[in-house]
Design a protein around this ligand. Structure first.
Ligand SMILES: [Zn+2]
Length: 92
């Protein structure tokens, strides 16, 4: 019985450690290399709507406009851009 208890303790400690490592990783890694969207080349470096640096923080949604590929941090930002793309491109 004692041995089993010890194994359970070790298992709990191990899973706790693992969890902690994941949390640290999430807060330090901004770009997810596994996300295929972050491996594409975009014609913008800054999210037009929220002005976020997408090369630093990653892309969650993209759109094609007049033959160019633009990346955005979220679908909401993409939709805002598509409502008046000329205006955002003029400000660029
Ligand atoms: Zn954004």
């Amino acid at each position: 019985m004692k041995k089993l208890f010890l194994i359970i303790c070790i298992a709990i400690l191990w899973s706790c450690n693992k969890k902690e490592k994941n949390v640290v990783k999430e807060s330090t890694t901004v770009i997810e290399p596994k996300n295929p969207l972050n491996q594409l080349k975009y014609d913008n470096k800054i999210d037009f709507y929220c002005k976020m640096d997408i090369t630093k923080y990653g892309v969650s949604d993209t759109t094609h406009y007049k033959g160019k590929l633009y990346g955005f941090c979220s679908t909401m930002c993409k939709n805002e851009f598509l409502m008046k793309p000329e205006e955002y491109l003029a400000k660029q």
